[in-house]
Write a protein that binds this ligand. Sequence first.
Ligand code: TRP
Length: 347
Amino acid sequence: MEKIILTGDRPTGKLHLGHYVGSIKKRLEMQSLGDYSKMYVMIADSQALTDNFDNPDKIRDSIKEIILDYLAGGVDPKKVVFFIQSMIPELTEYTFYYLNLVSLARLERNPTVKSELTQKEFRNNIPMGFLCYPVSQAADITLFRATDIPVGVDQLPMLEQTNEIVRKFNSLYGSTLVECKALLPDNETCFRLPGTDGKNKMSKSLGNCIYLSDSEEELREKVRSMYTDPDHIKVSDPGKVEGNVVFTYLDAFADSESFKKYCNDYESLDELKKAYQKGGVGDMYIKKILFNILNEFLTPIRARRLEYQKDMNNVMEILKKGTEEARGVAKENLAKFKKALRIDYFD
Ligand code: TRP
């Protein structure tokens, strides 16, 4: 079967390290392997509007930030088709027919939507568009016949719902759509990167993010105030490694090479952890290592961002070209979809 990769992000601000380890890293890996017939990266503005319908300018402005973050992060416009969700009206058509195949109870059971609903405190005013966004996500995936979806674990319920819709559609209207699977990060620490506060996952609204576009100074300050172990007061005190964000990020970002470069006193990250647990290693010490490793990681990303930023017309042109290409595929696939649904009256 043809391998088609598709993934996307909601444009509600700049991309952060959680986005990077959760899915961008996988896109880069796939892109260099090259064993796929198409890779799409979609900016999910329609989905972002489902809970930001009162703030369209935020979404509009974020589109530029996100495409810059992709390009700066190394996603290659020669190997990947970037497009904007709302510019593909076929997605809306798919969504409309999929809504027949999903019950209200099923939508309310989606665990990711459930936790978002509590967080947003909609109470008795849940917008239907928000509740139904997993259905629109099923359209994103199936319209492009995507088989492999690089995502973080919070998106697994969406893929499960997508595959339910696919099976139902195929059994009712004949085998038309293909099922998909998730491509999760290889490193489990990256499944759900915590924010710098250590309490929640990295999230704009909580102000606990390190952005791909953060300057050296911003990074320094964020690492300096990072949550460690509140009981580790004196350097000589034994410290905890579990739940200590500095170690979580070291697990996510340090490899043996970068560790050796920035830590001369310990052989490996494991050795450093052991020493910290025993007592005698200060928070400033571990933070300095982390800062250096993250700064080395972000330096080329910042440089590429600056380079692309010089010519925003070119950046928008990349997005426009990709959207045109995606639209062509969408039109073709919609025709087959309508045929299966018996609504291809004049063909
Ligand atoms: N729901 C995803 C997120 O919040 C964004 C998204 C929209 C997506 N459509 C998609 C991801 C299709 C993968 C495939 O990050």
